[in-house]
Design a protein around this ligand. Structure first.
Ligand SMILES: *Cc1c(COP(=O)(O)O)cnc(C)c1O
Length: 420
């Protein structure tokens, strides 16, 4: 069968994400992946600058993760988590509790980031309900934020990115405000919280990096201020570390850099090293204790069919082994320096507005990108997988990427943008 046969047979039945199917540029067919490479069905090989939405932190097809999933497959691919538990989930929960900041120690597993956020919002709302407080079900979230595509997650995302205009009628209303970054905006934020505290359940924030909203960075100090404000106004703080978790920003978790402990924290993306779908919502005892009761109605009301899937938990445990065995944090910091140096020449290119790097995230922001598809095509022709969106070109490579591949990525970006 030729590549086009293989591709043509199924394509009329596929519906792609965020894609106008009528005018779509046909997506590239992938045959397999290894390390930092994507091998296409036609034999071409691309250096991957994105690591599949930064999930594949150890590179693709890592033998240690494959072996763990494979032996779990022999034992038990899946079993329901209602009334039953299993070793891979128990081990993973204990390991996460140990490595996460502070006393975040109660883990609820789900199967995607958006659902982990839904559970976090539900947990925070029910935290109040279980204590007899019935009017606190609104959340404070931030402009530029992104927390997922399901209804509740969309509703706490940036109004533009979260498609609030389109789905306005469907979405619950929350308070989306500017991130408090300076004295003045902190005072305003504080006044706002004071005026609304009675209706608010909590605050949700992506710590240090607002990812899908445009790779926008903020300092640790901003997080410390938000933590302090949440404490002052008795609000739960949810940190969505689905993007930032597992060394991406240069510390194991972004909250570590700020020295803060949120009340609830969400994880997904790199949790299984990019191998399987898995997510977690992790709570502190303060939150869990509000559900600990003789009243059956006070139980957490959620339970996805595939929660704590054993294959996914095995992959996650193997991924955590690799963080223990191999110097991922040092690699992230080395990548950070190389991104700084490699992307710096972009500052001299006409139309470039900003070049910024945090941990193993490199961003070139342009004034605007006129022909996104054309730019994407030129990256592929140059042998790299880089997916610009809005007005940015970004890199979130595997933390194991070789110096040579990283050099090729950055020099290709400089070259392609220079010619635009
Ligand atoms: C990707 C992402 C999500 C959504 O995760 P899905 O697995 O795509 O549902 C939520 N929050 C943040 C910060 C993310 O980066």
């Amino acid at each position: 069968m030729t590549v086009s046969d293989w591709y043509g047979e199924g394509f009329p039945h596929i519906w792609l994400p965020y894609t106008q199917m009528k005018t779509v540029t046909p997506p590239l067919a992938v045959s397999h992946t290894r390390g930092s490479r994507i091998v296409l069905a036609d034999g071409r090989e691309l250096i991957d600058g994105i690591a599949s939405w930064w999930t594949a932190c150890h590179g693709y097809s890592h033998p240690h993760i494959r072996a763990a999933v494979s032996s779990q497959l022999d034992l038990m691919p899946h079993v329901m988590f209602g009334g039953l538990v299993h070793k891979p989930a128990l081990t993973l929960a204990a390991r996460l509790a140990k490595m996460l900041p502070g006393d975040l120690d109660r883990v609820f597993f789900t199967d995607s980031g958006s659902v982990a956020v839904e559970v976090a919002l539900k947990m925070a709302t029910q935290y109040w309900l279980n204590q007899g407080v019935h009017n606190r079900h609104t959340f404070v979230a931030f402009k530029g934020g992104y927390h997922g595509d399901t209804i509740a997650a969309m509703a706490v995302s940036d109004p533009d990115e979260g498609m609030h205009a389109l789905f306005g009628g469907l979405l619950p209303k929350h308070q989306i405000v500017d991130l408090p970054r300076d004295e003045k905006s902190i005072a305003a934020f504080d006044t706002f919280l004071a005026q609304n505290a009675e209706t608010l359940a909590g605050i949700i924030v992506e710590p240090l990096v607002q990812g899908a909203g445009g790779m926008l960075f903020h300092d640790s100090a901003v997080l410390q201020l938000i933590r302090a404000a949440a404490d002052r106004h008795d609000l739960l703080l949810i940190c969505d570390e689905i993007f930032t978790g597992f060394a991406r920003t240069g510390t194991m978790f972004a909250c570590d850099a700020a020295g803060i402990v949120p009340d609830i924290l969400t994880l997904s993306k790199a949790l299984t090293g990019g191998t399987m779908a898995l997510a977690a919502t992790v709570a502190r005892p303060k939150v869990f204790d509000a559900f600990w009761s003789d009243n059956a109605q006070h139980a957490l009301m959620h339970g996805p069919t595939f929660m704590a899937n054993p294959l996914a938990c095995a992959a996650a445990n193997a991924s955590l082994d690799l963080f223990d065995l191999e110097p991922r944090l040092a690699q992230a910091m080395a990548i950070s320096e190389k991104l700084e140096a490699g992307l710096a020449p972009c500052r001299d290119i006409k139309g470039v507005k900003d070049v910024r790097v945090k941990g193993a995230i490199g961003v070139v922001e342009l004034n605007r990108i006129d022909n996104l598809n054309d730019l994407k095509r030129r990256f592929v022709e140059a042998g790299v997988w880089v997916r610009p969106f809005n007005s940015i070109v970004y890199l979130t490579p595997a933390l194991t990427m070789s110096d040579d591949d990283l050099d090729t990525l950055t020099t290709t970006i400089v070259k392609v943008l220079g010619k635009a």
